[in-house]
Design a protein. Structure first.
Length: 291
C-alpha cells in the first residue's frame, strides 16, 4: 500500500504556512476510493473538516490527534454517509460550532446532521489562526459546500472535485447544470491547492478544474450523439440502453453509478430542448416533432 494512504496516519499537505493534515478514514471501497479524508487545520486552535462516517475508531483517532487542543469549528462539505455522520460522535466530545448545510431529502443522506445555524454562500468564518470562506457548490448534491482556506489558497472540495476520478451527479437532488455553474464559479478564484474528500491534494487547480469541465462537456456531447444515432433508427432508448453506449469506457460494476450521472446529463439536455423523455424513454426532440 502507498505510504500516504494508510488509515489514521496524518499526512501534512499544502505549503505549511497554515498547518493542514489529511487523515484517511477506514472506509475504502468502490465509491470512496482509498476512503474519506478528514482534515485537521491549525496548530494551537484547530478546525476539523469532514469527520467521515460514524466510525468510532476513526473519531477516536481524530481525538487522539487533536490531543486536547481547542477545536473552533467542524466544517462539513455535505451530508453523504461517508462525510458527515461522524460529526455527532465528535461533537459529543467537543461541543463546537458545526458548519455545513442541512441534509436534503434523498437516499444516502445523513438525517442526523445538525448545523449550528443557517450558513450562506460567501460567508467568511474567522478562526483564531485562519479564515475560511464558504462556497456553495451544488451539483453532486444540492447542499454541497467547498471551503476556501484563504491564507493557503487551499480549496477543500469535498466530492465536488476528486483526485483520480470524476464525481457522480445524483439527480434529482444533484444537478448537472448546477455542477457546471459551480465549477465555473471556482474557476474565478485564485487557488493553489485542491484538497479533495477522496484522494491526494492537487497543486494545479486551474488545470484540474478545466479538465473536469471538458470531461463533462465531452460526456454531454457523447450522450447527445448516442441519443441521435438511436433516434435516427427511430428508437427511443431507456437509460440503461444509453448508458451502454455513452459509458462504453466504464467497467460494468460502475454502470449503475454512471447511469445516475447520465440521467443528470439527459435532464440538462432536456432543459436545453435537445432531447425529450416519454415513458422513461429518451429520444431527440426534433425526431419527435417530425413524427
Ligand atoms: Zn458525496
Amino acid at each position: 500500500m502507498q505510504t500516504d494512504f494508510i488509515a489514521g496516519q496524518p499526512v501534512d499537505v499544502g505549503s505549511g504556512g497554515i498547518k493542514v493534515q489529511r487523515v484517511l478514514g477506514r472506509n475504502a471501497g468502490p465509491m470512496t476510493g482509498p476512503g474519506t479524508n478528514s482534515y485537521l487545520i491549525g496548530e494551537r486552535r484547530l478546525a476539523i473538516l469532514d469527520p467521515g462516517p460514524a466510525d468510532s475508531q476513526h473519531i477516536d483517532r481524530l481525538l487522539e490527534l487533536i490531543d486536547g487542543r481547542e477545536v473552533e469549528a467542524i466544517f462539513v462539505t455535505h451530508t453523504h454517509g461517508d462525510h458527515s455522520p461522524g460529526t455527532a460522535l465528535l461533537q459529543s466530545k467537543l461541543n463546537t460550532e458545526i458548519i455545513g448545510l442541512a441534509p436534503p431529502q434523498g437516499s444516502g443522506q445523513d438525517p442526523s446532521f445538525r448545523p449550528t445555524r443557517l450558513y450562506e454562500h460567501g460567508e467568511r468564518i474567522h478562526c483564531s489562526e485562519f479564515t475560511m470562506s464558504l462556497l456553495h457548490t451544488p451539483g453532486h448534491v444540492s447542499n454541497h459546500f467547498c471551503f476556501l482556506l484563504e491564507e493557503e489558497q487551499m480549496l477543500f472540495t469535498g466530492d465536488h472535485i476528486l483526485e483520480g476520478t470524476t464525481p457522480v451527479i445524483l439527480p434529482p437532488d444533484g444537478n448537472m447544470r448546477h455542477y457546471l455553474d459551480s465549477l465555473k464559479m471556482l474557476q474565478s478564484l485564485p487557488l493553489r491547492y485542491l484538497a479533495p474528500a477522496h484522494g491526494r491534494v492537487m497543486d494545479k487547480p486551474a488545470q484540474v478544474i478545466e479538465t473536469l469541465r471538458r470531461h463533462r462537456m465531452r460526456r454531454e456531447q457523447k450522450t447527445l450523439s448516442v441519443v441521435t444515432q438511436r433516434s435516427l433508427m427511430s428508437v427511443a432508448s431507456s437509460l440503461q440502453e444509453l448508458a451502454l453506449g455513452v459509458y462504453d469506457d466504464v467497467p460494468s460494476h460502475l454502470l449503475p453509478w454512471a447511469e445516475r450521472t447520465l440521467l443528470a446529463h439527459l435532464i440538462k439536455l432536456a432543459e436545453d430542448g435537445a432531447v425529450v423523455c416519454q415513458n422513461e424513454r429518451w429520444q431527440l426532440a426534433e425526431s419527435l416533432s417530425n413524427d
